[in-house]
Design a protein around this ligand. Structure first.
Ligand code: SF4
Length: 449
């Protein structure tokens, strides 16, 4: 059933297809059969030749382009990418999956934006491909996929440990009884029917588990397997010389992501990067900048302030845009990072009691790591991607982990993250007549006249 491999590129059949039908020498050759399938895909937009991948290399890049455009581009048209949902494409799709995975794995760190977009795009593809199936076929396919991915009747919750560890799934998403994850309807009724009072057990199963939890597990396992594959390729790449075609494709992917994300981060939101406005900082950040005493000091500076200041200065619309960017996408030569962001963090660290770096010099390395540059003394473009650029923690987390810093004021009511507070306050401040330049004041007076 090639359809299963269309959904799970890690099936034995998919791996066999790659072994037998892919050749690194043909990645840039025009593929007539591929073009023909795409051109005959239902509702595929063929008005523009650029929409159609002509080679396997182009198809590998299109998989990621689809995902970033779908997420961020207001002009996104699903019909530009209908071919990605066409099971007739299965063989080419599987080959292009491995081309993209190997290119990214060889060239980029597993924490890089390229890796993360690829993993997320694979999860999204699986979900949308399942949604295209009829109800009965979807049930059959889900059961078979589950069997491929977890070939056991009783799933111990510890066997999903990797998914919990990487936060791809939460324990609270699942029903667990005596250490086993309950997915089967009969099993659920057998175990819980006498405990369910006033409700029909079958209905409770549909609400609590149903097919949605099975599909969630499938989706997350395929994402996890994709991540593990990238890590494996990346580790191997240090000992083996990479095929030049894969390097070219990796660079194409990176270029496409750079272009697409710069278009979207510029036009997608009304919250643009600008100089830091201290008056708009929320109370928790002002308290941190004033200096924190030892119990909360390290987390306040390294986790809270570092992420807040860097995003507030460079990418205040991160939660709105939902696009993964690196610091260098917004601050090419790291001038802003070195001259505006780090001084605020280091000065706040010096105001702590006792001063953070005197007491714990290692934390300077952790600050660099939280900015996405790995564990090093200072940010260096050569190390970017060794760690993630950490996003600001939510108010909920701050209240739990750093309660002394959270002293809410009236503007804290409607927000769930200090960065949202900052964006909102800045917006309010911009509306006030005092914040307008003389020219702007003139204009509005004339309008009123
Ligand atoms: S409610 Fe949120 S933004 Fe306001 S002080 Fe507390 S943590 Fe900071």
């Amino acid at each position: 059933m090639v359809l299963l491999s269309f959904l799970n590129p890690f099936s034995e059949e998919a791996e066999q297809i790659v072994r037998e039908k892919s050749s690194l020498e043909e990645l840039f050759n025009k593929n007539k059969d591929l073009i023909d399938i795409i051109a005959h895909t239902n509702s595929q937009n063929i008005s523009n030749d650029e929409l159609i991948p002509h080679t396997l290399a182009e198809l590998a890049v299109k998989r990621l382009e689809w995902f970033v455009r779908k997420k961020n581009d207001k002009k996104y048209d699903h019909n530009d990418y209908s071919f990605l949902m066409n099971p007739d494409m299965a063989i080419y799709d599987i080959i292009s999956f491995y081309i993209a995975a190997q290119s990214i794995g060889i060239r980029f760190n597993p924490n890089s934006r390229e890796s993360r977009v690829f993993i997320e795009s694979q999860g999204q593809l699986v979900q949308e491909r399942l949604e295209k199936l009829s109800t009965s076929l979807r049930k059959e396919v889900v059961a078979k996929l589950l069997n491929q991915l977890i070939p056991l009747d009783n799933i111990s919750w510890t066997s999903l440990g990797e998914l919990f560890g990487s936060r791809k799934i939460n324990l609270t998403d699942l029903i667990i009884d005596q250490g086993e994850v309950i997915l089967d309807k009969e099993d659920f009724i057998y175990r819980f029917s006498d405990k369910i009072i006033g409700r029909v057990p079958e209905k409770m199963y549909d609400i609590l588990i149903g097919d949605q939890i099975k599909e969630l597990i499938i989706n997350r396992m395929i994402m996890q397997n994709t991540e593990n594959y990238l890590i494996k390729v990346h580790e191997m790449a240090s000992n083996i010389e990479a095929h030049p075609s894969l390097i070219v494709i990796a660079d194409e992917i990176s270029k496409m992501l750079k272009e697409r994300t710069s278009i979207f981060s510029g036009s997608g939101g009304d919250i643009q990067a600008s100089k830091l406005v201290g008056e708009a900082f929320p109370p928790c950040i002002k308290n941190t900048i004033d200096g924190v005493s030892s119990g909360n000091r390290n987390d306040a500076i390294v986790l809270l302030l570092t992420s807040f200041i860097s995003y507030a200065r460079l990418y205040p619309s991160v939660f709105k845009n939902e696009t993964n960017l690196k610091i260098s996408d917004l601050d090419k030569g790291l001038k802003i990072t070195n001259n505006e962001i780090l001084p605020v963090i280091y000065e706040a660290a010096g105001r702590c009691t006792p001063p953070l770096f005197e007491d714990d010099p290692q934390e300077k390395l952790n600050i660099t790591a939280k900015l996405g540059f790995g564990v090093h003394k200072a940010p260096d473009l050569n190390n970017e991607g060794e760690s993630k650029w950490y996003t600001p923690m939510s108010c909920e987390k701050i209240k739990i982990h750093l309660p002394v810093l959270c002293k809410p004021d009236k503007d804290c009511k409607k927000i769930s993250n200090p960065l949202s507070y900052y964006n909102r306050r800045k917006w309010i401040m911009n509306q006030s007549p005092d914040s307008k330049s003389p020219e702007e004041k003139n204009k509005s007076t004339k309008k009123e006249d």
